[in-house]
Ligand binder design. Structure first.
Ligand SMILES: Nc1ncnc2c1ncn2[C@@H]1O[C@H](COP(=O)(O)OP(=O)(O)OP(=O)(O)O)[C@@H](O)[C@H]1O
Length: 253
């Protein structure tokens, strides 16, 4: 039997008192590669934040047994104006070893150069991060993940706004990490990409719709159910908004 890396038990997540994802129960096996899919607002990023330990459950359990986690949030959540160069951004992957203000040894510098080589960014060590394209930045963030050397890797929409060549390179890296036995969860919007490269899929719509082998999960019946649950959820939220009186206030202003 495969070992478990991540366990959810009746997990409910949300913000303030609003639940955005509920009733998630299940396990992720060590060494598995799972795509997390669902419509906008279905709770994918929220789940990644909970696994990363940034968001506490409202109820239920979210537990992992990885000694190290690498978490890559959506690019939109990164501050690109921060005055840093590529080697500094990538070198942050070493902070568990060196601390945030630690000096990098000769070996560390070599490791940064190697990681940049692995993502096709040779020679860009001293480039300011605000001069990078979206695809180049994503490659650098993957180089940082390489240095983090984590057993559990969480990637939130890594293929967003990157071209097909970059997507292919990033998928190759993810498959390489998978072959190394790491456990990987990736939020992906491109269903065809998921079908091609991800053995396992978790389909969300504010609750789990299906979870398991990708071919089974992404059948027409489940996708239709996810759309229906999503539409019901949006309608319920609109009704609650109208009933609260905010709608009348908004219409008057
Ligand atoms: N910090 C926050 N405070 C309050 N509500 C939030 C916060 N972050 C997300 N939400 C809300 O939680 C719900 C789920 O958001 P989440 O970002 O998890 O969705 P998602 O499935 O990742 O969507 P997308 O595909 O658009 O990235 C949405 O209704 C969103 O508005």
């Amino acid at each position: 039997m495969s070992e478990t890396c991540l366990t959810f038990d009746r997990l409910a997540l949300g913000y303030d008192r609003r639940v955005v994802l509920h009733d998630l129960t299940g396990e992720l096996c060590k060494g598995s590669l799972t795509a997390v899919v669902g419509a906008n607002g279905s709770g994918k990023s929220t789940l990644m934040k909970a696994v990363a330990g940034i968001l506490q459950p409202m109820s239920g359990l979210c537990r992992h047994d990885a000694s190290r986690i690498a978490y890559l949030p959506q690019q939109a959540e990164l501050d690109r104006s921060f005055p840093a160069q590529v080697h500094e951004l990538v070198g942050l992957g070493l902070w568990p070893k060196r601390g945030l203000l630690g000096w990098h040894t000769k070996q560390d510098k070599l490791a940064i150069v190697r990681a940049l080589h692995a993502v096709g960014m040779d020679g860009l060590e001293n480039t300011p991060i605000d001069a990078l394209s979206g695809g180049q930045l994503q490659r650098c963030l993957f180089a940082r993940v390489i240095l983090q050397d984590a057993g559990l890797i969480l990637l939130d929409e890594p293929f967003n706004a990157v071209d097909s060549a970059t997507t292919a390179d990033l998928v190759r890296l993810i498959r390489h990490w998978h072959a190394e036995g790491r456990t990987i969860m990736v939020v992906v919007h491109d269903i065809e990409l998921v079908r091609r490269h991800f053995p396992q899929t978790l389909l969300l719509a504010g609750q789990p719709i299906a979870w398991g082998e990708t071919a089974d999960v992404l059948c027409e019946k489940n996708l239709r159910l996810a759309r229906q649950v999503e539409m019901d959820r949006v309608a319920a939220a609109q009704n609650a908004f109208c009933a609260s009186g905010h709608y009348a206030q908004a219409a008057q202003s």
